[in-house]
Design a protein around this ligand. Structure first.
Ligand code: KIV
Ligand code: ZN
Length: 513
């Protein structure tokens, strides 16, 4: 790569996945990682292997599936975390251990209960241990933006001296403001002696809505790695949004003078895939990837656009891969056109899975007059990706009966080879079906949220249901889709139940009383 390019470090699968109400299974994480590889991100932070066996498994699976990007695993400054990360990254072509420890006084005193000299010693010990396991080690000073700059310089010096190859300055709590952050970054970079080449990096959170501008200002100071996430997902208000950072640098190259390697035409499909798999919708007015980002409503604007697009557009929709007039598929479409559509949507599935998806698509064409791109995307996620993940319960059949307000539902689920059935009444068909499922599984999770959306604007659109459940302190999100919204709601509930069962297994929590 051109050494002066800005490296894009994507942490959607680690910091993004850490956000409340997001939990992706391994198959979904691998799918997103493959898409990030196509997007040409330089580094993918695949997870935090010491955090749970599920994280370990996902990092391992990603490390073994991708060739080109660096695959990073997060580790606290602790020998056991670092060894877990190294183990998870064994299959990676280009492994990176990313280790961190807090440097602000508030974290030292109230969280770590460590003195500054103890923190410095730990950095030296852990970074050099990580370097004994892999050649590429990133060190982050957590809560850097609220740390004393002189101490931060000492912390980064200890990391460089112990062999760190990338030094990351996080604004962990989204407290920084642009000029102050740029000044701080410049002071740190000038204060640390780097006898060999190191890459300086920033990692900004969006609590004040400043994550992107703080990252871009830091690039002006010489930062050459930006950590960010698709759709700005992440802890609390999220991280810097990858698509905004990338398009900011590209569109204003005259100002920033640097570029990234990102294939920007894949931004929109990547955003859409991440939104679908996480259940976090993209607001219509979201910069770069919102559905309105390139829509012109006002007459004056429309007139200007017709005369010359540049009057009101600083980027082209095609540059970010936003859909133009799409290839319409229907019951007369052949497998080639279908395969092309799946490729355009950027899903990586096997030939056998294409065949299965194609026959499901044909069945859908018999039920619906018009099958939209969104319908096809949902079909792949629900019927191909979800099926490759292990599931405790699968919907076998259901029957609902409603009379104004009162409803009854009978549901049958498959659990391995066993079919389990029960019935219940409720306030509407969805409520009744959920009650029947609770009786079958013998668990009583709390419904935290329930939402249903139409995948397109027609009345025969596929309904997409999103359900969040909580049980014994475990939270999970499930999604389900069908032309029948009751079925979509039932599938979403079962999906969330399955995820809770997986989480409970991983964490060793007994769900039954
Ligand atoms: O926000 C933060 O400080 C982090 C670090 C682990 C880099 O996510
Ligand atoms: Zn973070």
């Amino acid at each position: 790569m051109n050494e002066d390019n800005v490296r894009i470090f994507d942490t959607t699968l680690r910091d993004g996945e850490q956000a409340a109400r997001i939990n992706l299974n391994t198959a979904e994480k691998v799918q997103i990682a493959k898409q990030l590889e196509k997007l040409r991100v330089d580094i993918i932070e695949a997870g935090f292997p010491a955090a749970s066996p599920g994280d370990m498994e996902a990092v391992r699976a990603i490390a073994g599936s991708l060739r080109y990007p660096v695959i990073a695993g997060l580790a606290r400054c602790s020998i056991s975390d670092i060894e877990a990360a190294a183990l998870a990254l064994e299959g990676a072509e280009k492994p990176r251990i990313h280790t961190f420890i807090a440097t602000s006084d508030i974290h030292l005193q109230d969280k770590l209960r460590m003195t500054r000299p103890e923190v410095l010693e730990k950095i030296s010990k852990c970074v050099s241990h990580a370097r004994s396991l892999v050649d590429d080690v990133e060190f982050s000073a957590e809560d850097a933006s609220r740390s004393d700059t002189a101490f931060l310089i000492e912390a980064f010096q200890a990391a460089v001296d112990a062999g760190a190859t990338t030094l990351n300055i996080p604004d962990t709590v989204g407290y920084a403001v642009p000029h102050e952050f740029k000044d701080m970054v410049e002071k740190i970079m000038a204060g640390v002696r780097t006898p060999r080449e190191v890459v300086w990096s920033v990692h900004a959170h969006n609590d004040l809505g400043l994550a992107v501008i703080n990252s871009l200002e830091a690039v002006r100071s010489g930062i050459r790695q930006v950590e960010c996430t698709i759709n700005g997902l992440g802890e609390r208000a999220g991280n810097a949004s990858l698509e905004e950072v990338v398009m900011g640098l590209r569109t204003r190259k005259d100002y920033f003078g640097v570029e990234t390697r990102i294939d920007t035409t894949r931004l929109f499909p990547t955003s859409s895939m991440v939104s679908k798999l996480t259940g976090f919708p993209v607001p219509p007015n979201k910069a770069i990837v919102g559905s309105n980002a390139f829509a012109h409503e006002a007459g004056i604007h429309q007139h200007g656009i017709l005369c010359n697009r540049a009057t009101y557009e600083i980027m082209n929709a095609e540059d970010v891969g936003a859909p133009s007039s799409s290839l319409i598929l229907g019951k007369h479409s052949g497998k080639h056109a279908f395969r092309k559509k799946v490729e355009d949507l950027n899903y990586s599935i096997s030939e056998e899975e294409i065949n299965k998806a194609f026959s499901l698509f044909k069945e859908l064409c018999d039920r619906k007059e018009y099958v939209s791109t969104e319908d096809i995307e949902i079909l792949i996620i629900d019927e191909i990706l979800a099926v490759s993940a292990e599931r405790e319960y699968i919907l076998a059949d259901f029957n609902v009966h409603t009379t104004r307000g009162q409803a009854s539902a009978a549901v049958s689920l498959k659990n391995g080879d066993t079919t389990l059935e029960d019935a219940a009444t409720g306030n509407g068909p969805v409520d009744a079906a959920y009650a029947a499922i609770r009786r079958i599984i013998g668990l009583d999770p709390q419904l935290v949220s329930y939402k249903i959306d139409a995948a397109s604007e027609r009345s025969d659109a596929i309904g997409e249901a999103h359900v969040s459940l909580e049980l014994k302190g475990l939270r999970s999100h499930g999604r389900g889709a069908s032309t029948d919204i009751v079925e979509a709601s039932i599938k979403a509930y079962i999906n969330a139940v399955n995820r809770i069962c997986q989480l409970a297994e991983v964490k060793g929590i007994a769900l039954q009383q």
